[in-house]
Write a protein that binds this ligand. Sequence first.
Ligand code: ZN
Length: 168
Amino acid sequence: MSLRDILIYPDERLREIARPVDAFEPELSELVGDMFETMYQERGIGLAATQIDQHRRLFVADVSEDRSGARAFVNPEIVERAGSVESEEGCLSIPGVNETIVRAERILVRARDEKGKAFEQELDGLLAICFQHELDHLDGRLFIDYLSPLKQQRIRKKMEKALRRERV
Ligand code: ZN
């Protein structure tokens, strides 16, 4: 397993739409392994393939406190949504930015695990939020897209400034 580099906003590759996974090969479990390693290293609760420049429909998540809740979601989709809840979110691709947006409170999801086994599950709480956030990544969407244009502009400027500083 190895750590992968995470794309940082406003990198345009974060806007790519991922294509479905259609083969469950050893290479896929290697990618999933790398994604878990990278997510844990960065102390994230979720990581989408898009964020490491792999434009395939899969993400990993672990919302537990002791790293006991590792889950991989391949070709994920939301079948039903219910309720709404305010959610304070951050993103490994937008470090240092935390904003509150509105998400569905409960979702019924369909996906496959890393071995290709299909399942359907009802999610709520943090995992439901995480699922919506990561699924957005696969469609080239970021949580800051839900903010006002003015706020988005401020975040973009802040991130561009930080990137310039890093290059010096
Ligand atoms: Zn994110």
